[in-house]
Design a protein around this ligand. Structure first.
Ligand code: CNA
Length: 439
């Protein structure tokens, strides 16, 4: 039985996938309501006064760091920066800052907290933007996004491609898209490997991804650290009676342009990608315990337009820092001023992640990890993830030998610095946007 079916049986009230467009005030309301739901659970902040105490400690750390960063910047005589991206520049012009002339660095602050060992339970929330560097278009980026290029699918409106009723009548548009998205056509990029590195450093509590491209698995993030909230191509089943169907057979049929049908009811089989109106997979509900435990939320490459996923970002404890790495401000980060502890680094995600990795001193290790994985050899890192992977004989990367050069696809900016620490000071000056303490 498919994930969707089994979860539907057990949870009649569980949320199904919906698309919403919200404004900031809606966000605040949702944040309040979700937050109070979380507080009501045994793992919420009210149930853990100790958690509250550590939150306030963290807030204090963040404030001290802001001050010390400002002092350090002032001492270095650094000029005021409006950031490398146009979006960030325009935001910083309108947003109240603790000190308008000396912006704080979101990346710098978060990196320092990680280095100090203050952030050990990191939850990553990701969307299609983490895979654009792998050559997979997202939905909503004007010009390149799938929604702007749907003529070839011949559908009446963009969401039809993931609409279960539409699929029931005509599966061909989704199957054409599936041909492009099926794992095997694309390779993970630096951002995926950065997240894997978070795991290897013992810092990743969980990654929640909306992506269906399988690149998180492919880069070696272990299954128990990963929630593929919108499903994947790993399994397939009848869209009507949920009878399981061999995923490889479904793939073969779809790739050949034919329609796989259920041996039980003859309805169309589809990969277990979650469509609008369908239930989310069972393990999505780990969020009720994960998010209250998180001490950092990293939000990467998503427009936060799809519920219930989008509201997850409002379920961390109030003082927990949230770092948005995206082209533009989205969701609660559209609020002005930002909530205290919210940081944005606007611009190209790969560039931002690379800078963060440099501040952390992980850049070289990530490059080596990528190179090892892309060339199907295990680098000398001796991590538990790799040992685990080797022991379990988990799926490897299907990369033709010699296909990948030593320099990653981000190699244009990838010239390795002699010292990653020197990159750290660069990062401070390159950071685009972070919150000042809000009221
Ligand atoms: P979206 O609505 O298209 O948003 C993507 C976000 O990422 C936007 O805010 C972009 O500005 C941002 N972005 C894109 N590229 C970059 C970049 N290089 N640097 C910085 N920011 C960037 O997609 P969401 O993920 O928010 O929407 C969720 C949908 C998309 C899920 O249901 C997915 O199944 C679906 N989707 C997945 C894939 C995939 O698996 N790779 C591809 C396309 C769509």
């Amino acid at each position: 039985m498919s994930k969707a079916k089994s979860s539907r049986d057990k949870r009649p009230t569980q949320p199904a996938l919906v698309r919403v467009t919200r404004n900031s005030s809606t966000h605040s309301r949702q944040a309040d309501s979700v937050q109070s739901q979380v507080s009501g659970t045994s793992s919420g902040p009210q149930a853990h006064p100790g958690g509250r105490q550590s939150d306030s400690g963290l807030v204090q750390d963040l404030s001290l760091m802001s001050v010390s960063e400002q002092k350090a910047s002032a001492a270095r005589g650094r000029p005021s920066k409006t950031g490398s991206s146009g979006t960030a520049g325009s935001l910083s012009g309108t947003q109240p800052q603790a000190s308008p002339s000396i912006p704080k660095s979101g990346l710098g602050t978060i990196a320092r907290l990680i280095k100090l060992g203050r952030l050990k339970n990191i939850v990553v929330v990701a969307g299609a933007g983490i895979s654009t560097a792998s050559g997979i278009p997202d939905f909503r980026t004007p010009g390149t996004g799938l929604y702007a290029n749907l003529e070839k699918y011949n559908i009446p409106y963009p969401e039809a491609i993931f609409n279960i009723d539409y699929f029931s009548n005509d599966p061909r548009p989704f199957f054409s898209l599936a041909k492009e998205l099926y794992p095997g056509n694309h390779q993970p990029n630096y951002v995926h490997y950065f997240i894997r590195m978070l795991h290897q450093k013992g810092l990743l509590l969980r990654m929640y991804t909306q992506n269906i491209d399988g690149l998180e698995r492919m880069c070696g993030i272990p299954e128990d650290k990963l929630v593929e909230a919108h499903g994947s191509f790993e399994t397939a089943s009848c869209h009507l009676c949920y009878t399981p169907y061999p995923a490889e057979e479904a793939k073969r049929a779809i790739m050949c342009g034919s329609v796989p049908t259920c041996s039980f009811c003859q309805a169309t089989v589809k990969p277990n990608v979650v469509f609008f109106g369908e239930d989310l997979p069972e393990n999505y509900f780990q969020h009720t315990t994960d998010f209250p435990k998180a001490d950092l939320l990293m939000i990467m490459g998503t427009s936060l337009q799809i519920e219930p996923f989008a509201s997850l970002v409002n379920t961390v404890r109030p003082a927990v820092p949230r770092l948005l790495l995206n082209r533009g401000a989205v969701g609660p980060f559209e609020r002005k001023p930002l909530r205290r502890g919210d940081y944005m680094e606007l611009g190209d995600l790969s560039e931002s992640v690379r800078r963060l990795a440099q501040v952390l001193g992980w850049h070289q290790e990530i490059e080596e990890l990528m190179w090892g994985q892309e060339n199907q050899c295990v680098p000398q890192l001796g991590t538990s993830a790799m040992e685990e992977q080797a022991a379990q004989g988990r799926r490897g990367v299907e990369v033709p030998p010699g296909r990948w050069p030593k320099t990653s696809s981000l190699g244009a900016t990838g010239a390795r610095s002699g010292s990653e620490e020197s990159d750290a000071s660069e990062t401070d000056s390159m950071s685009t946007e972070s919150s000042g303490p809000s009221n």
